[in-house]
Design a protein around this ligand. Sequence first.
Ligand SMILES: [Zn+2]
Length: 374
Amino acid sequence: MLVCTSCKKEWGEESRPWRCSCGGPLVVGGGVVPFNRGMIRRNEQGMWRYRAALPAGEVCEPVSMGEGWTPLVREPWPGLNLFFKLDYACPTGSYKDRGMAYLVSRIAGLGVREVVEDSSGNAGASMAAYCARAGIGCRIFVPGYTSAGKCVQIESYGGILERVPGSREDTTRAAERAAETTYYGSHNWSPYFAHGVKTFALEIWEQLGFRAPDALLLPAGQGSLVLGCVLAFEALKAAGEIPALPRIYALQPEGCAPLHSAFVKGMDVPDRIEKRETIAEGISSAEPVRGREVLAAVRKSGGAVLSCSDGAIWQGFLALARRGYFVEPTSAIVFPALRQLSERGLLRTGETVAAILTGSGLKGTDKIVALLGH
Ligand SMILES: [Zn+2]
């Protein structure tokens, strides 16, 4: 059963709604289901070892390429017990594979044969890959500025690529129009996506020896990592596995920071902003669909929303690359954010901190080459 986050109306899953008739986003109903270490399927390697934590996960047939169980790497950082979670090591090169593997598994089970999606690139590439595996036809709408690497991926997997001139929001509107006659599989609207994403947080907890970190750093456009994180840690807390939620620091580029602006003003909904171009294309969302939920989740965790300049993000990209991590510029926002949090005293000496590296640099080489000045 699905529930509207605005008006609380309930919907049967077999009717395949993508949002409520009131316009509100839907979530899977039933509240927090406790999850403990005894429920892990230890003979499964990827994210499906946590299938007991996924709604209907025990009965759904996974559309899978072994996504998940990505490395958690200890990283030297003054005063911190810091770890990088290398989710760019997922099958299509981004953490979106977690959400997509679960989303596509569920819609395949509901009989969907054709899907429309819109994406800044990574989610579209991931959806095209998983739809290819499931035999589902897909049409992916992307903004005209999307990196070549991601477009090549979508077409190679057999997805129909639709480039839309203008903003990310123009892309969404084009996809919604196309979806009037077919299933709209938008990962931002889907009630399933965040549940797949949450497995990254369950992994961090297991890889740290069944301990939650004190704080997490998560790039945030629509905020699915924040929402996934809260789903995971609330399930662990309900089972008595952890005493409290870790602090969540959601990171946005200065050029597009509606959540940051709302956070500092004390607002409950994303602020209306004038969007500027940013090298962090993967988190350039001016109108996050679930922004209210994301802001509430960050506040509940005792964390904050931060913003970083493109200059600082680019320096972060170079610093990460010099440490051996080739990530897309979007992901590099964690580096200047670590500095900012340390300087502001928000990360304390000796704390355990996890930062997720979300997407591979191989997707954005066209833009990286230009930034390197070649
Ligand atoms: Zn509603």
